[in-house]
Design a protein around this ligand. Sequence first.
Ligand code: CAA
Length: 389
Amino acid sequence: MPDPLGIHDLSFATTEYVLPHTALAAHNGTDVAKYHIGIGQESMSVPAADEDIVTMAAAAAAPIITRHGSSQIRTVVLATESSIDQAKSAGVWVHSLLGLPSATRVVELKQACYGATAALQFAIGLIRRDPTQHVLVIASDISKYDADSPGEATQGAAAVAMLVSTNPALATIEDPSGLFTADVMDFWRPNYRDTALVDGQESINAYLQAVEGTWKDYTEQGGHKLDEFAAFCYHQPFTKMAYKAHRHLLNYNERDTDKHTIEQALAQTTTYNNVVGNSYTASVYLALAALLDQADDLTGRPIGLFSYGSGSVAEFFAATPTPGYRHHLRTQANRDAITRRTPLDYPAYLALHEHTLPTDGGNHHTPTQTTGPYRLSGLNNHKRIYETR
Ligand code: CAA
Protein backbone atom coordinates (compact mmCIF):
# COMPACT_ATOMS: atom_id res chain seq x y z
CA MET A 1 0.00 0.00 0.00
CA PRO A 2 1.52 3.41 -1.00
CA ASP A 3 2.14 6.04 1.69
CA PRO A 4 -0.76 8.45 2.22
CA LEU A 5 -0.44 11.90 0.62
CA GLY A 6 -1.88 15.20 1.67
CA ILE A 7 -1.54 18.45 3.60
CA HIS A 8 1.46 18.45 5.92
CA ASP A 9 1.16 22.08 7.05
CA LEU A 10 -1.24 24.96 6.38
CA SER A 11 -0.75 28.66 7.07
CA PHE A 12 -2.88 31.67 6.29
CA ALA A 13 -2.28 35.41 5.83
CA THR A 14 -4.55 38.32 5.07
CA THR A 15 -4.35 42.08 4.73
CA GLU A 16 -3.47 45.10 6.85
CA TYR A 17 -7.00 46.55 6.78
CA VAL A 18 -10.59 45.46 7.24
CA LEU A 19 -13.90 47.11 6.28
CA PRO A 20 -16.82 46.20 8.55
CA HIS A 21 -20.07 45.67 6.65
CA THR A 22 -21.70 48.15 9.04
CA ALA A 23 -19.61 50.89 7.32
CA LEU A 24 -20.65 49.70 3.85
CA ALA A 25 -24.31 49.53 4.89
CA ALA A 26 -24.18 53.05 6.38
CA HIS A 27 -22.67 54.34 3.12
CA ASN A 28 -25.20 52.80 0.74
CA GLY A 29 -28.31 52.77 2.96
CA THR A 30 -28.64 48.98 2.96
CA ASP A 31 -30.16 47.24 5.99
CA VAL A 32 -27.03 45.67 7.53
CA ALA A 33 -29.05 42.48 8.16
CA LYS A 34 -28.85 41.85 4.40
CA TYR A 35 -25.08 41.53 4.82
CA HIS A 36 -24.93 39.86 8.24
CA ILE A 37 -27.79 37.40 7.64
CA GLY A 38 -28.71 37.56 3.93
CA ILE A 39 -25.19 36.87 2.59
CA GLY A 40 -23.54 35.94 5.90
CA GLN A 41 -20.69 38.45 5.95
CA GLU A 42 -19.49 40.66 8.85
CA SER A 43 -16.41 42.29 7.32
CA MET A 44 -13.95 42.10 4.42
CA SER A 45 -10.15 42.22 4.28
CA VAL A 46 -8.81 45.21 2.33
CA PRO A 47 -5.21 45.29 1.04
CA ALA A 48 -2.95 48.25 1.84
CA ALA A 49 -1.43 50.15 -1.11
CA ASP A 50 1.79 48.17 -0.64
CA GLU A 51 0.14 44.72 -0.39
CA ASP A 52 -0.78 42.39 -3.24
CA ILE A 53 -1.05 38.66 -3.99
CA VAL A 54 2.75 38.28 -3.76
CA THR A 55 3.10 39.88 -0.32
CA MET A 56 0.15 37.86 1.04
CA ALA A 57 1.45 34.63 -0.51
CA ALA A 58 4.93 35.11 0.95
CA ALA A 59 3.47 36.02 4.36
CA ALA A 60 1.35 32.85 4.32
CA ALA A 61 4.22 30.59 3.27
CA ALA A 62 7.04 32.02 5.43
CA PRO A 63 5.99 30.22 8.67
CA ILE A 64 5.95 26.91 6.75
CA ILE A 65 9.55 27.45 5.62
CA THR A 66 10.53 28.41 9.18
CA ARG A 67 9.03 25.18 10.53
CA HIS A 68 10.12 22.70 7.84
CA GLY A 69 13.00 24.32 5.96
CA SER A 70 13.05 24.36 2.17
CA SER A 71 15.46 21.59 1.23
CA GLN A 72 12.70 19.15 0.18
CA ILE A 73 10.64 21.71 -1.76
CA ARG A 74 11.14 21.01 -5.46
CA THR A 75 7.99 22.71 -6.76
CA VAL A 76 5.99 25.85 -5.92
CA VAL A 77 2.53 26.19 -7.45
CA LEU A 78 0.79 29.51 -6.95
CA ALA A 79 -2.90 29.59 -7.79
CA THR A 80 -4.58 32.93 -8.35
CA GLU A 81 -7.22 34.68 -10.41
CA SER A 82 -5.97 38.16 -9.50
CA SER A 83 -2.71 37.75 -11.35
CA ILE A 84 -0.30 40.70 -11.58
CA ASP A 85 1.58 39.76 -14.76
CA GLN A 86 0.58 38.07 -17.99
CA ALA A 87 3.90 36.26 -18.35
CA LYS A 88 5.82 35.90 -15.09
CA SER A 89 4.43 33.68 -12.36
CA ALA A 90 3.75 35.54 -9.11
CA GLY A 91 5.32 32.48 -7.48
CA VAL A 92 8.78 33.48 -8.75
CA TRP A 93 8.69 36.66 -6.65
CA VAL A 94 7.47 34.59 -3.69
CA HIS A 95 10.28 32.07 -4.28
CA SER A 96 12.75 34.95 -4.13
CA LEU A 97 11.25 36.59 -1.02
CA LEU A 98 11.33 33.23 0.79
CA GLY A 99 14.91 32.47 -0.30
CA LEU A 100 14.00 29.08 -1.78
CA PRO A 101 16.64 26.99 -3.58
CA SER A 102 17.21 27.68 -7.28
CA ALA A 103 16.62 23.96 -8.00
CA THR A 104 12.85 24.56 -7.83
CA ARG A 105 10.12 24.56 -10.47
CA VAL A 106 7.67 27.46 -10.04
CA VAL A 107 4.43 27.94 -11.91
CA GLU A 108 1.13 29.87 -11.68
CA LEU A 109 -2.22 28.15 -12.23
CA LYS A 110 -5.56 29.72 -13.12
CA GLN A 111 -9.16 28.57 -13.32
CA ALA A 112 -11.00 31.15 -11.24
CA CYS A 113 -11.46 30.07 -7.59
CA TYR A 114 -10.81 26.41 -8.47
CA GLY A 115 -7.09 26.96 -9.23
CA ALA A 116 -5.74 25.93 -5.80
CA THR A 117 -7.48 22.56 -5.98
CA ALA A 118 -5.89 21.95 -9.38
CA ALA A 119 -2.59 22.92 -7.73
CA LEU A 120 -3.17 20.48 -4.87
CA GLN A 121 -3.93 17.62 -7.28
CA PHE A 122 -0.92 18.57 -9.41
CA ALA A 123 1.22 18.44 -6.25
CA ILE A 124 -0.11 14.99 -5.36
CA GLY A 125 0.72 13.73 -8.85
CA LEU A 126 4.29 15.03 -8.56
CA ILE A 127 4.79 13.47 -5.13
CA ARG A 128 3.51 10.12 -6.41
CA ARG A 129 6.40 10.23 -8.91
CA ASP A 130 8.95 11.28 -6.29
CA PRO A 131 7.72 10.63 -2.73
CA THR A 132 10.76 12.36 -1.17
CA GLN A 133 9.80 15.82 -2.44
CA HIS A 134 7.53 18.41 -0.87
CA VAL A 135 5.39 20.75 -2.95
CA LEU A 136 4.45 24.22 -1.74
CA VAL A 137 0.94 25.11 -2.91
CA ILE A 138 -0.16 28.71 -2.40
CA ALA A 139 -3.59 30.20 -3.07
CA SER A 140 -3.53 34.01 -3.04
CA ASP A 141 -6.27 36.35 -4.20
CA ILE A 142 -7.83 39.78 -3.90
CA SER A 143 -11.52 39.81 -4.73
CA LYS A 144 -12.52 43.13 -6.23
CA TYR A 145 -15.77 44.35 -7.79
CA ASP A 146 -16.82 47.85 -8.81
CA ALA A 147 -17.76 50.15 -5.93
CA ASP A 148 -21.54 50.40 -5.48
CA SER A 149 -22.13 47.15 -7.44
CA PRO A 150 -23.92 44.15 -5.85
CA GLY A 151 -20.63 42.26 -5.73
CA GLU A 152 -18.93 44.93 -3.57
CA ALA A 153 -20.21 43.38 -0.34
CA THR A 154 -18.58 40.06 -1.29
CA GLN A 155 -15.01 41.35 -1.66
CA GLY A 156 -12.11 40.12 0.47
CA ALA A 157 -8.48 39.01 0.29
CA ALA A 158 -6.25 36.28 1.73
CA ALA A 159 -3.60 33.69 0.99
CA VAL A 160 -3.37 30.10 2.19
CA ALA A 161 -0.09 28.19 1.86
CA MET A 162 -0.03 24.39 2.11
CA LEU A 163 2.92 22.05 2.22
CA VAL A 164 1.99 18.83 0.41
CA SER A 165 3.87 15.63 1.20
CA THR A 166 3.67 11.93 1.94
CA ASN A 167 2.61 10.92 5.48
CA PRO A 168 1.03 14.35 6.05
CA ALA A 169 0.77 15.73 9.59
CA LEU A 170 -2.63 17.39 9.03
CA ALA A 171 -4.86 15.54 6.55
CA THR A 172 -4.71 12.96 3.79
CA ILE A 173 -6.26 13.87 0.46
CA GLU A 174 -8.24 10.89 -0.76
CA ASP A 175 -9.22 9.43 -4.09
CA PRO A 176 -11.61 9.60 -5.82
CA SER A 177 -12.56 13.11 -6.86
CA GLY A 178 -15.88 14.09 -8.39
CA LEU A 179 -15.32 16.43 -11.35
CA PHE A 180 -17.55 18.85 -13.26
CA THR A 181 -16.91 21.37 -16.04
CA ALA A 182 -19.49 23.54 -17.85
CA ASP A 183 -18.90 26.49 -20.19
CA VAL A 184 -20.83 29.31 -18.46
CA MET A 185 -20.28 33.08 -18.20
CA ASP A 186 -21.28 33.54 -14.57
CA PHE A 187 -18.23 35.47 -13.41
CA TRP A 188 -15.19 36.62 -15.39
CA ARG A 189 -12.54 39.33 -15.60
CA PRO A 190 -11.30 40.40 -19.04
CA ASN A 191 -7.56 41.23 -19.19
CA TYR A 192 -8.26 44.97 -19.45
CA ARG A 193 -10.19 45.16 -16.15
CA ASP A 194 -9.05 44.97 -12.55
CA THR A 195 -12.58 44.41 -11.23
CA ALA A 196 -14.56 41.26 -11.95
CA LEU A 197 -17.82 41.11 -13.89
CA VAL A 198 -20.55 38.84 -12.62
CA ASP A 199 -24.09 37.72 -13.31
CA GLY A 200 -25.04 37.22 -9.64
CA GLN A 201 -28.01 34.89 -9.97
CA GLU A 202 -26.44 32.96 -12.84
CA SER A 203 -23.32 32.46 -10.70
CA ILE A 204 -25.35 31.01 -7.82
CA ASN A 205 -27.21 28.66 -10.19
CA ALA A 206 -23.97 27.60 -11.90
CA TYR A 207 -22.42 26.89 -8.49
CA LEU A 208 -25.39 24.72 -7.45
CA GLN A 209 -25.29 22.83 -10.76
CA ALA A 210 -21.62 22.14 -10.08
CA VAL A 211 -22.40 20.83 -6.57
CA GLU A 212 -24.80 18.36 -8.11
CA GLY A 213 -22.47 17.47 -10.99
CA THR A 214 -19.42 16.80 -8.82
CA TRP A 215 -21.43 14.81 -6.30
CA LYS A 216 -22.92 12.63 -9.04
CA ASP A 217 -19.47 11.90 -10.41
CA TYR A 218 -18.03 11.40 -6.91
CA THR A 219 -20.58 8.72 -6.07
CA GLU A 220 -20.13 7.05 -9.47
CA GLN A 221 -16.39 6.91 -8.78
CA GLY A 222 -17.09 5.06 -5.50
CA GLY A 223 -16.54 7.86 -2.97
CA HIS A 224 -17.82 8.02 0.62
CA LYS A 225 -21.54 7.99 1.38
CA LEU A 226 -23.05 11.35 2.39
CA ASP A 227 -23.52 10.33 6.03
CA GLU A 228 -19.87 9.37 6.44
CA PHE A 229 -18.69 13.00 6.32
CA ALA A 230 -17.99 14.84 9.58
CA ALA A 231 -18.34 18.27 7.92
CA PHE A 232 -18.36 19.98 4.52
CA CYS A 233 -16.02 22.79 3.45
CA TYR A 234 -17.50 24.62 0.49
CA HIS A 235 -15.96 27.40 -1.57
CA GLN A 236 -17.43 30.46 0.16
CA PRO A 237 -17.82 33.55 -2.06
CA PHE A 238 -20.02 34.61 0.87
CA THR A 239 -20.72 32.23 3.73
CA LYS A 240 -24.46 31.93 3.04
CA MET A 241 -23.49 30.23 -0.24
CA ALA A 242 -22.22 27.21 1.73
CA TYR A 243 -25.71 26.90 3.28
CA LYS A 244 -27.40 27.13 -0.12
CA ALA A 245 -24.98 24.51 -1.46
CA HIS A 246 -25.40 22.05 1.37
CA ARG A 247 -29.17 22.31 1.32
CA HIS A 248 -29.01 21.62 -2.42
CA LEU A 249 -26.82 18.55 -1.84
CA LEU A 250 -29.14 17.21 0.86
CA ASN A 251 -32.20 17.80 -1.33
CA TYR A 252 -30.50 16.06 -4.24
CA ASN A 253 -29.91 13.07 -1.93
CA GLU A 254 -33.48 13.30 -0.58
CA ARG A 255 -32.21 13.93 2.95
CA ASP A 256 -33.62 15.90 5.82
CA THR A 257 -32.70 19.61 5.51
CA ASP A 258 -33.44 20.70 9.06
CA LYS A 259 -31.47 23.71 10.28
CA HIS A 260 -29.65 21.82 13.02
CA THR A 261 -28.16 19.21 10.62
CA ILE A 262 -26.96 21.91 8.25
CA GLU A 263 -25.50 24.02 11.08
CA GLN A 264 -23.61 21.00 12.39
CA ALA A 265 -22.09 20.30 8.98
CA LEU A 266 -21.09 23.91 8.23
CA ALA A 267 -20.99 26.36 11.13
CA GLN A 268 -17.35 25.83 12.07
CA THR A 269 -16.21 26.14 8.44
CA THR A 270 -17.50 29.69 7.98
CA THR A 271 -15.94 31.67 10.84
CA TYR A 272 -12.81 32.88 8.99
CA ASN A 273 -14.51 33.54 5.65
CA ASN A 274 -17.26 35.44 7.47
CA VAL A 275 -14.77 38.15 8.50
CA VAL A 276 -12.21 37.89 5.66
CA GLY A 277 -14.63 37.88 2.71
CA ASN A 278 -14.12 36.12 -0.60
CA SER A 279 -10.50 35.06 -1.06
CA TYR A 280 -11.29 33.19 -4.29
CA THR A 281 -8.72 30.34 -4.60
CA ALA A 282 -7.96 30.41 -0.86
CA SER A 283 -11.59 30.35 0.30
CA VAL A 284 -12.23 26.59 0.56
CA TYR A 285 -8.87 26.06 2.32
CA LEU A 286 -9.66 28.89 4.73
CA ALA A 287 -12.88 27.01 5.46
CA LEU A 288 -10.78 23.90 6.19
CA ALA A 289 -8.45 25.89 8.47
CA ALA A 290 -11.41 27.32 10.39
CA LEU A 291 -12.91 23.85 10.84
CA LEU A 292 -9.69 22.20 12.01
CA ASP A 293 -8.96 25.12 14.38
CA GLN A 294 -12.36 24.85 16.10
CA ALA A 295 -13.74 21.36 15.86
CA ASP A 296 -13.33 18.63 18.45
CA ASP A 297 -11.05 15.81 17.37
CA LEU A 298 -11.75 14.89 13.72
CA THR A 299 -9.06 12.22 13.41
CA GLY A 300 -10.02 9.64 10.79
CA ARG A 301 -13.33 11.36 9.95
CA PRO A 302 -13.64 12.41 6.28
CA ILE A 303 -14.34 16.07 5.52
CA GLY A 304 -15.99 16.87 2.18
CA LEU A 305 -14.35 19.68 0.20
CA PHE A 306 -16.15 21.38 -2.66
CA SER A 307 -14.01 23.64 -4.82
CA TYR A 308 -15.76 25.83 -7.41
CA GLY A 309 -14.24 28.14 -10.00
CA SER A 310 -16.59 30.18 -12.16
CA GLY A 311 -16.56 29.60 -15.84
CA SER A 312 -16.79 26.79 -14.55
CA VAL A 313 -14.74 23.91 -13.12
CA ALA A 314 -15.48 22.17 -9.82
CA GLU A 315 -14.23 19.24 -7.77
CA PHE A 316 -15.57 17.37 -4.74
CA PHE A 317 -13.14 15.28 -2.70
CA ALA A 318 -12.41 14.12 0.84
CA ALA A 319 -9.67 15.16 3.26
CA THR A 320 -9.23 13.03 6.39
CA PRO A 321 -7.39 14.43 9.43
CA THR A 322 -4.46 12.26 10.50
CA PRO A 323 -3.67 11.11 14.08
CA GLY A 324 -2.07 13.93 16.09
CA TYR A 325 -3.04 16.64 13.58
CA ARG A 326 -4.13 19.03 16.31
CA HIS A 327 -0.52 19.46 17.47
CA HIS A 328 0.39 20.88 14.05
CA LEU A 329 -2.36 23.48 13.67
CA ARG A 330 -1.62 27.21 13.62
CA THR A 331 -4.80 28.24 15.40
CA GLN A 332 -3.38 31.21 17.31
CA ALA A 333 -1.48 32.59 14.31
CA ASN A 334 -4.59 32.24 12.14
CA ARG A 335 -6.68 34.14 14.69
CA ASP A 336 -3.96 36.80 15.05
CA ALA A 337 -3.92 37.35 11.26
CA ILE A 338 -7.59 38.28 11.53
CA THR A 339 -7.51 40.35 14.72
CA ARG A 340 -4.40 42.36 13.80
CA ARG A 341 -6.20 44.11 10.91
CA THR A 342 -6.98 47.82 11.30
CA PRO A 343 -10.61 48.81 10.63
CA LEU A 344 -11.21 51.40 7.89
CA ASP A 345 -14.04 53.87 7.49
CA TYR A 346 -15.79 53.96 4.12
CA PRO A 347 -13.83 56.91 2.59
CA ALA A 348 -10.47 55.33 3.51
CA TYR A 349 -11.60 52.00 2.03
CA LEU A 350 -12.81 53.71 -1.15
CA ALA A 351 -9.48 55.51 -1.60
CA LEU A 352 -7.67 52.13 -1.46
CA HIS A 353 -10.28 50.53 -3.72
CA GLU A 354 -9.77 53.19 -6.39
CA HIS A 355 -5.96 53.21 -5.97
CA THR A 356 -4.18 51.82 -9.04
CA LEU A 357 -0.49 51.47 -9.80
CA PRO A 358 0.85 53.92 -12.42
CA THR A 359 1.33 52.45 -15.91
CA ASP A 360 3.78 55.06 -17.30
CA GLY A 361 6.93 53.02 -16.67
CA GLY A 362 8.38 55.63 -14.30
CA ASN A 363 9.95 55.23 -10.90
CA HIS A 364 7.16 55.12 -8.30
CA HIS A 365 7.16 54.44 -4.57
CA THR A 366 4.14 53.04 -2.79
CA PRO A 367 3.33 54.52 0.63
CA THR A 368 4.42 52.38 3.57
CA GLN A 369 1.18 51.09 5.06
CA THR A 370 1.51 47.39 5.73
CA THR A 371 2.99 46.14 8.98
CA GLY A 372 3.27 42.65 7.46
CA PRO A 373 6.59 40.94 6.71
CA TYR A 374 6.71 41.83 2.98
CA ARG A 375 5.75 44.88 0.96
CA LEU A 376 5.49 46.07 -2.60
CA SER A 377 7.80 49.08 -2.37
CA GLY A 378 7.13 50.40 -5.84
CA LEU A 379 7.54 50.15 -9.56
CA ASN A 380 10.46 51.02 -11.79
CA ASN A 381 10.49 50.68 -15.58
CA HIS A 382 7.29 48.57 -15.32
CA LYS A 383 8.99 46.19 -12.86
CA ARG A 384 7.48 45.47 -9.44
CA ILE A 385 9.90 45.86 -6.55
CA TYR A 386 9.33 43.96 -3.32
CA GLU A 387 11.10 44.19 0.01
CA THR A 388 11.24 42.27 3.25
CA ARG A 389 10.44 44.54 6.15
N1 CAA B 1 -32.34 40.91 6.09
C1 CAA B 1 -31.98 39.61 5.89
N2 CAA B 1 -31.76 39.12 4.64
C2 CAA B 1 -31.88 39.95 3.59
C3 CAA B 1 -32.25 41.29 3.75
C4 CAA B 1 -32.48 41.77 5.06
N3 CAA B 1 -32.83 43.05 5.29
N4 CAA B 1 -32.30 41.86 2.52
C5 CAA B 1 -31.98 40.90 1.63
N5 CAA B 1 -31.72 39.74 2.27
C6 CAA B 1 -31.31 38.46 1.70
C7 CAA B 1 -32.03 38.10 0.42
O1 CAA B 1 -33.27 37.48 0.69
C8 CAA B 1 -31.02 37.14 -0.21
O2 CAA B 1 -31.08 35.89 0.41
P1 CAA B 1 -31.45 34.56 -0.44
O3 CAA B 1 -30.43 34.50 -1.56
O4 CAA B 1 -31.27 33.45 0.53
O5 CAA B 1 -32.82 34.76 -0.94
C9 CAA B 1 -29.68 37.73 0.18
O6 CAA B 1 -29.95 38.60 1.30
C10 CAA B 1 -29.02 38.56 -0.92
O7 CAA B 1 -29.97 39.45 -1.40
P2 CAA B 1 -30.05 39.80 -2.96
O8 CAA B 1 -30.04 38.55 -3.77
O9 CAA B 1 -31.14 40.77 -3.16
O10 CAA B 1 -28.61 40.53 -3.09
P3 CAA B 1 -27.91 41.19 -4.30
O11 CAA B 1 -28.80 41.42 -5.47
O12 CAA B 1 -27.22 42.38 -3.74
O13 CAA B 1 -26.82 40.10 -4.79
C11 CAA B 1 -25.09 38.50 -4.79
C12 CAA B 1 -26.21 39.14 -3.97
C13 CAA B 1 -25.65 37.93 -6.10
C14 CAA B 1 -24.44 37.40 -4.00
C15 CAA B 1 -24.04 39.62 -5.14
O14 CAA B 1 -23.42 40.03 -3.95
C16 CAA B 1 -22.98 39.18 -6.12
O15 CAA B 1 -23.15 39.29 -7.32
N6 CAA B 1 -21.80 38.69 -5.61
C17 CAA B 1 -20.70 38.25 -6.44
C18 CAA B 1 -20.96 36.93 -7.13
C19 CAA B 1 -20.91 35.73 -6.21
O16 CAA B 1 -20.32 35.76 -5.15
N7 CAA B 1 -21.50 34.61 -6.67
C20 CAA B 1 -21.45 33.37 -5.93
C21 CAA B 1 -21.37 32.14 -6.82
S1 CAA B 1 -20.00 32.31 -7.98
C22 CAA B 1 -18.61 31.81 -7.10
O17 CAA B 1 -18.72 31.19 -6.09
C23 CAA B 1 -17.26 32.20 -7.64
C24 CAA B 1 -16.77 33.40 -6.91
O18 CAA B 1 -16.04 33.26 -5.93
C25 CAA B 1 -17.18 34.73 -7.38
